[in-house]
Design a protein around this ligand. Structure first.
Ligand code: NAD
Length: 500
């Protein structure tokens, strides 16, 4: 069912969704299958009920999936032209849209997020992302190179490079944007001609399982995309598998360090998109009417469960009181409730475990001396946490240094540019940041000083498929999006031809 289709059940769960949740299956070598290790429960964060039972992959399942992906690298897929790959990818994008409402509902039911976010970001932007990457399948190119080789005398040389698919890709994704993250990895890998074994997060495997059904329906050859489900051990088995040629991971920095370390034992190339603790730096001359989007998108998008969430607000002294008062009013007015009701902007967190983590981070912030500014209540069913803003957090405390990944931000006043840049950079992460000012001279002066993979100006937390995305410092290794994303899945081969 398309998003907004006339037969869409108003506020209810579509029958297709209920049928899918009854028996979701993995996909290995083009065959739907259960997990050899049994199954595990996936919960609905809005009420804590069991939503579905999902296959638990064994090491043997992982091995079968990698072998299927390796076999597909030798099959019809390898012989397919870039144009043929483009065609399949465009078909997949169409199928995602045709099944958009179903995918959006599955996403909201497993992750908790607003159905509006599921429709717009998870579904629509995933389809657009695939279309964007599909174009690159016909634009892979090497270079011709002048060379100066002079031996043996009289021999002439010409050289060129070929870009070749790296091979079998292990793609491991987090729970915060499950469908989007899967597509960010699968689409450029397919455009490059690679095959994929996807391991989605154990909290939110369902849209990935539905996605691979659509990949099969689109007509991709068997084994080109496979999915195995389970926890970190399944991901670890995948990373360590000798048949995997490339690892691409999005998730926490701690897990990324483990994955990178393991991959390096086999010298497998790795792309890591990791955590963040983004600063939003607001100057006296900013347009205060932007505080609305700054709050709703910059800080609380996805209930704060975004890697670029503006978790640290630095506000210049001249507007500090007015801005803090406005922010308190905006946050207090954000409706809290289940994501299936599109009116709600603060939704449940993904899991009981994450709810406990965010609650503990709030309590620790208070214990460390920060002052909570809000006294809001959240529904008691499900994994809700009420939004919170803090003042007075010491620069070294956990609230300022560690990812909370929930509806929580710490606000700090500042006086000078030098002071705020030092505070903004005083963290192990460097994923996103934003500068809010009407003074273009100030902005251009400060952009180079901010240690972050993306600097937004008068906006925050807005990615685009054409903008490289990734982190400085411990926020990651490599970039996704744009042509760089394709490079992650291509090897460069130099070819040197002698002639006389
Ligand atoms: P996580 O690191 O706990 O898990 C991510 C994935 O890794 C899951 O699929 C998990 O099963 C798997 N995994 C866990 N241990 C593993 C191991 N030893 N070997 C292989 N795989 C393993 O992250 P999460 O809690 O699911 O997601 C939240 C994190 O993701 C946050 O830190 C957030 O900042 C980050 N994130 C980053 C970006 C980005 O682009 N930089 C985007 C979204 C989320």
């Amino acid at each position: 069912m398309r998003i907004g289709a006339p037969d869409q059940a108003p506020g209810g769960v579509a029958p297709d969704v209920t049928a899918f949740l009854d028996a979701p299956q993995m996909l290995i070598g083009g065959q739907s299958c259960a997990g050899e290790a049994g199954s595990f429960d996936v919960f609905n964060p809005a009420d804590g009920s069991v939503l579905a039972q999902v296959p638990e992959a064994s090491e043997a399942d992982v091995d079968r999936a990698v072998r299927a992906a390796a076999a597909a690298m030798q099959g019809p897929w390898a012989a397919m032209s870039g144009a043929a790959r483009t065609g399949l990818m465009l078909k997949l994008a169409d199928l995602i849209e045709e099944n958009g409402e179903e995918l959006a509902q599955i996403e909201t039911l497993e992750n908790g997020k607003s159905i509006m976010m599921s429709r717009l970001i998870e579904v629509m932007s995933s389809a657009e992302y695939i279309r964007y990457m599909a174009g690159y399948a016909t634009k892979i190119r090497g270079e011709t190179l002048d060379v100066s080789i002079a031996i043996p005398p009289g021999t002439q040389y010409t050289a060129f490079t070929r870009k070749e698919p790296v091979g079998v890709v292990a793609a491991i994704t987090p729970w915060n944007f499950p469908l989007n993250m899967a597509v960010w990895k699968i689409a450029p890998a397919l455009a490059a001609g690679c095959t994929v074994v996807l391991k989605p997060a154990e909290e939110t495997p369902l849209t990935s399982l539905r996605l691979v059904e659509l990949i099969r329906e689109a007509g991709f050859p068997d084994g080109v995309v496979n999915v195995v489900t389970g926890g970190g051990a399944v991901g670890a088995a995948l990373v360590a598998h000798p048949g995997v040629n490339k690892v691409t991971f999005t998730g926490s920095t701690d897990t990324g360090i483990k994955i990178g370390t393991r991959a390096m034992q086999d010298v497998k190339p790795v792309t890591l998109e990791l955590g963040g603790k983004a600063p939003m730096v607001m100057f006296d001359d900013m347009d205060l009417s932007l505080l609305g989007p700054a709050t709703g998108i910059g800080i609380f998008l996805n209930t704060g469960q975004t890697c670029c969430a503006g978790a640290r607000l630095f506000i210049q002294r001249g507007i500090y009181d007015e801005a803090v008062s406005t922010l308190k009013g905006i946050v207090s007015s954000l409706p809290i409730g289940p994501g299936m009701d599109p009116a709600n902007q603060i939704n449940p967190l993904v899991s009981a475990k994450h709810q406990a983590h965010v609650t503990a981070a709030i309590e620790r912030g208070i214990a460390d001396g920060a002052t909570p500014l809000l006294d809001l209540t959240a529904p008691s069913d499900g994994y809700f946490v009420a939004p919170q803003l803090f003042e007075g957090a010491a620069p070294s405390c956990a609230l300022m240094q560690e990812e909370v990944f929930g509806p929580v931000a710490a606000i700090t006043p500042f006086d000078t540019e030098d002071e705020v840049i030092a505070m903004a950079n005083d963290v192990r992460y460097g994923l996103g940041a934003s500068l809010w000012s009407k003074d273009i001279n100030r902005v251009m002066r400060l952009v180079p000083k901010v240690q972050a993979g993306t600097v937004w100006v008068n906006s925050h937390n807005i990615p685009d498929q054409n903008m490289p995305f990734g982190g400085f410092k411990q926020s990651g290794l490599g970039r996704e999006h744009g042509s760089t994303a394709l490079d992650n899945f291509l090897e460069t081969k130099a070819v040197c031809v002698a002639y006389s």
